[in-house]
Design a protein around this ligand. Structure first.
Ligand SMILES: NC(=O)C1=CN([C@@H]2O[C@H](COP(=O)(O)OP(=O)(O)OC[C@H]3O[C@@H](n4cnc5c(N)ncnc54)[C@H](OP(=O)(O)O)[C@@H]3O)[C@@H](O)[C@H]2O)C=CC1
Ligand SMILES: CCCCCCCCCCCCCCCC(=O)[C@@H](N)CO
Length: 361
């Protein structure tokens, strides 16, 4: 699906260029009638795009980077289940030394056994609750210095704010947002030192959600906790770039995991309609996207076709290392605003219809 969406986007771009080329050709042929003249018109038409690409190649920051995984220490939080487990497994298969962190020791042990069976790699397990800063510090002190920190832990309890208890709101904000602060604060000093000593780039990856790019019915608290991660990531990238640390933000759609199975038991009807409209991704496909994004230092990792649309629609002032992606963003932003308004139209229509149905029954 991700490959297809990638292809579709490329096709769209290619289509755009071939159409503009064809238009320019026919125009110039009919106007000038000569091949030299038509070539000249074609040149004039493409010149602004070429200049834009050149300017972007000169100005995009941070500069492109490759982050090696082989032999390096990757710590994955929430590594005992779902996306985190798939990430840990892939990192181990790629030759990284892997540590997984979560609360429940028996689930951690099961994950360790599963990774050993699948890859022959024995991962280290750390039991800690990310809500507790001291416990996080203790756990990290017991582990080797980290080269790649993947903050993937997360909890999601969808419900309308009016019906949701403040305890649940606080729970999501404390695990998803504060937990990430605790982990980054605890690992930064040694990460910095290690990146300096080894001369190799380090990475902090944060798993947000598409609900961290757009607010959706039933996700007031969850979306708030995930939107917060974006501000954290953007500002932190400024602060740690000089230490050769690179931030990656992953925005998965619904993904088949034990967590999602639990969520389905309590998802409001409208949340199902909106969030479930794309169909779920496999945890391993999300992990693959995320790991590729980490290795190439991508600031934002979109996981499926809708993810790419969402990325362009919500790109804002995010850093971008690829001048080609920056080019696509510039050409796409206006049109994606229109697509976004179409989505909002359809979502508000569903909500309206649902209210009407509730009233009449
Ligand atoms: N699945 C989906 O549809 C989507 C998920 N995401 C995000 O991806 C991430 C992973 O989700 P998914 O794989 O589905 O989740 P799962 O519920 O399957 O796994 C969550 C993991 O996080 C750990 N965890 C939860 N709370 C804490 C805590 N307080 N301290 C330490 N570890 C904790 C869990 O272990 P334990 O309970 O033992 O602590 C478990 O290992 C989350 O951040 C989620 O928000 C984003 C978009 C979609
Ligand atoms: C401009 C174009 C817009 C394009 C498409 C938009 C589609 C948005 C759907 C958002 C779905 C959010 C799923 C969150 C899943 C999640 O995080 C959990 N399963 C955990 O709760």
């Amino acid at each position: 699906m991700c490959v297809i969406s990638n292809l579709v986007l490329r096709q769209l771009c290619a289509g755009f260029y071939s159409t503009s080329t064809a238009v320019s050709l026919s125009l110039s042929l009919s106007l000038a009638g000569g091949s030299m003249a038509s070539l000249f018109f074609l040149f004039l038409l493409l010149l602004p795009f070429a200049i834009l690409l050149l300017v972007l190649a000169a100005i995009v920051r941070p500069r492109p980077v490759r982050i090696p995984l082989k032999g390096r220490h990757v710590l994955v939080t929430g590594g005992s289940s779902g996306i985190g487990l798939a990430l840990a497994l892939r990192a181990a298969a790629e030759g990284a030394r892997v540590t997984i962190l979560a609360r429940d020791p028996s689930r951690l042990q099961d994950a360790r056994d599963a990774i050993l069976l699948a890859t022959g790699v024995d991962v280290t397990i750390l039991a800690a609750d990310v809500r507790d800063p001291e416990a996080v510090c203790r756990a990290l002190e017991a582990a080797d210095p980290v080269d790649v920190l993947v903050c993937n832990h997360g909890v999601f309890l969808p419900q309308e704010l009016e019906r949701q208890s403040l305890e649940e709101v606080r729970f999501m904000v404390e695990v998803n947002l504060m937990g990430t602060f605790h982990l980054i604060k605890a690992s930064l000093p040694t990460m910095k030192q290690r990146a300096k000593e080894s001369g190799l780039p380090a990475s902090i990856a944060i798993v947000s959600s598409q609900a961290g790019q757009v607010g959706i019915y039933g996700y007031t608290a969850y979306s708030a906790s995930k939107f917060g991660l974006r501000g954290l990531a953007e500002a932190l990238q400024h602060e740690v770039i000089a230490d050769n640390i690179h931030i990656t933000l992953v925005f998965p759609p619904d993904t088949d995991t034990p967590g999602l199975a639990e969520e389905h038991k309590r998802r409001p009807e409208i949340t199902k309609v909106i969030a479930g409209s794309q169909g779920g991704m496999k945890a391993d496909d999300v992990a693959k996207k995320a790991l590729n994004g980490i290795k190439s230092g991508q600031f934002v990792v979109a996981c499926n076709f809708e993810g790419y649309l969402l990325h362009v629609a919500t790109v804002g002032l995010s850093p971008q290392r690829s001048y080609f992606m920056a080019f696509v963003e510039i050409l796409g932003v206006g049109f994606m605003r229109f697509v976004a308004l179409c989505y909002q139209w359809s979502w508000f229509t569903s909500i309206e219809k649902w209210h009407a149905k509730m009233k009449s029954s």
